[in-house]
Design a protein around this ligand. Structure first.
Ligand code: SAH
Length: 356
């Protein structure tokens, strides 16, 4: 564990009082010196977790087909921005661009923008995307506003802070973290209570409901931008498509779940994404938003089986085995196929995201 980070958190809590889960997560992940995303490349076999684009190039190729389809539906604008939120090692972007290489006019029209806070991952992205002159951004605010944008994010939303409401005898409270790194509870503010769906208001004592104003505000800001520029968005993450109760605060270190307080600064902290809340927010912004589907259904609708079959037929026996294993991991309901969900949105007449 990063002792300096724990010390910093301890001092912060003793001076300013307990932290809500979102504040704790922000500091643990993003502290300029000791934060998890500031220090290291967390991905891959030697890191802490593996994502879909790191499993197989087929994932990025299918997302590439989705991007190309939207671009054609939009009338092949040139220029247009292809924006990736939280691009990790740049693998997904590289696979998308390779998949779209043969689409006439695509590459010369496409300007690559990356939303990334991690210096370590920016370096990786620069290496992977060498020659493509990506433009980096810390927030949505600096993205271009004078041409259409296609925005994607895989396992990005789960990294944004969330907070936890706890049902007590006196109603909903908010879970907080004290100086002993234990959970406590304080009265919940109206800025959180506004997000509790009516159907969950009478939940039993000790129920936990997770809300993420940060994810909702991110989506609202994105919608405001897309409303102006025209374009579409695609977000893939683990989570649920109906509002639900439960504690999904999780820490991953070297591919193992650990306690959220065990390896602060050295483990990835996330929670499941409440896609129903994001769907509602995007709908309320006036965007066209598709019903949430599972990753398995989405990749299936876009032809992942055919693409895998094509690659298997060209591959050696060993490679063919790897492709089949990857396909299973990405689409099977027992693996990523059901837990991961996909949300598609668009602005502009006649633009309908494929795969839903
Ligand atoms: N999309 C990649 C990586 C997912 S990990 C993949 O599928 O492999 C989460 C990514 O989001 C990392 O690149 C991380 O540095 C970035 N990230 C986390 N919080 C962020 C924030 N607040 N703003 C921008 N990027 C962020």
């Amino acid at each position: 564990m990063s002792c300096a980070l724990k010390e910093h958190l301890y001092r912060h809590i003793t001076q300013h009082g307990p932290l809500d889960v979102g504040q704790f997560m922000s500091i643990a992940l993003c502290h300029p010196q000791y934060g998890y995303y500031m220090k290291q490349d967390p991905l891959g076999a030697r890191g802490d977790f593996t994502t879909a684009p790191e499993i197989s190039q087929i994932f990025g190729e299918i997302i590439g087909a989705w991007v190309a389809d939207i671009w054609v539906q939009m009338g092949r604008p040139a220029p247009f921005g292809l924006v990736e939120c939280g691009p990790g090692r740049g693998t997904l972007m590289a696979d998308i661009l390779r998949a779209c290489e043969k689409i006439e006019g695509f590459r010369s029209a496409c300007l690559v923008h990356l939303l990334e806070i991690s210096p370590a991952l920016k370096k990786e992205q620069a290496k992977t995307l060498e020659g493509l002159t990506p433009i980096w951004h810390q927030t949505l605010a600096s993205l271009p506003q004078d041409y259409p944008l296609i925005v994607i994010g895989n396992e990005f939303l789960d990294a944004l802070p969330f907070r936890q409401l706890l049902k007590t005898q006196k109603g909903w409270g908010e879970r907080v973290i004290d100086e002993n790194f234990e959970f406590g509870v304080r009265p919940a503010g109206s800025e959180l209570l506004q997000y509790v769906p009516e159907s969950l208001n009478n939940s039993a004592p000790d129920s936990i409901f997770e809300v993420s104003p940060a994810r909702i505000i991110f989506m609202e800001n994105l919608c405001a931008l897309l409303k102006q520029t025209g374009g579409a968005g695609l977000f893939i993450d683990y989570g649920h498509d109906m509002p639900g109760l439960g504690d999904t605060f999780q820490a991953l270190h070297k591919h193992e779940y650990v306690s959220v307080f065990e390896k602060i600064g050295d483990s990835d902290l996330t929670s499941h994404v409440d896609f129903s809340a994001l769907h509602k927010a995007v709908f309320n912004c006036g965007a066209h938003v598709e019903g949430i589907v599972t990753q398995g259904a989405f990749l299936g609708a876009l032809g992942i089986d055919k693409r895998a079959e094509y690659l298997v037929n060209k591959a050696s026996a060993a490679q063919a085995g790897d492709i089949k294993t990857a396909l299973h991991r990405l689409t099977s309901p027992d693996e990523m196929g059901r837990l991961f969900k996909v949300m598609g949105l668009s602005y502009g007449d006649d633009v309908k995201p494929a795969g839903f």
